[in-house]
Design a protein around this ligand. Sequence first.
Ligand code: SF4
Length: 268
Amino acid sequence: MAKPVKKRKNRQDSASGMKKPVQDPAHFAMEKAFTVSRKIKKILKQARSAEDLAAGMLEILSLADKACEVIIDDFPPPHPIACKKGCGYCCRVKVEATIPEILHLAEYMKKTLTPPALAVVRGRISSVSLKTSAREENYWVEQGIICPFLVDDSCLIHPVRPFACRCINSMDIVGCRKFFETKDPETKILQYSYQKQVYTACEMGLQLGVAQAGLEASWVELTRALLIALDLRKGTKDWLAGKVLFASAYVKDPLPWYMEKAGHQSHI
Ligand code: SF4
């Protein structure tokens, strides 16, 4: 689910020409949360269509990805991140997302898939949704339910995947494989916590901005929410106008499971 680690160029302070390192990852993440919340409020105020919202969400995702690159530069993972294209061990869990992420994703699918391909993917989403409706998180793992977007162990929607997917990473491919093979929920997988902290903060900022804009703000289950978004003719416009559209996809817990306090490394 995670982006492979990539070295970025030094950041330069325009005045001094010196790189300004991050002092405190938690503070840095919190700053990003507030930046995202301010940005999404502005985007929501100006957005009139699904295209406007999608363009704004691309800016938010780019901001978050850059923040993650910064934290990787300044607080590198203690072990190499094992995530790479073609590895989908972790894409077998219930995914929770915010509503603008879902609307962006629906728009991306409509824009990038041909009508027959969209119908096939919609069918896969619907089948997973039917199987998992009202089930708890561990049902996905126990039953080996695969995310409908995982095709040949690659994510079909990788550029616009939700923050929940961007959070997850592993420094332990052996642990990932073991979890996949045994389905043992006690399996410990070493992960790089600062990546999770930054993306979680950005997701929180997004949710906060939506709530402050007075729009429907809740965590929703990916497959159920996407079916709603794909089937509504004027979904984004209506949501931007303040309508409540996703109630049947709300997740039970107010906060997603991955929002725990992060150190430098922790276990999934
Ligand atoms: S959307 Fe699905 S396939 Fe893509 S990264 Fe998330 S869990 Fe994996």
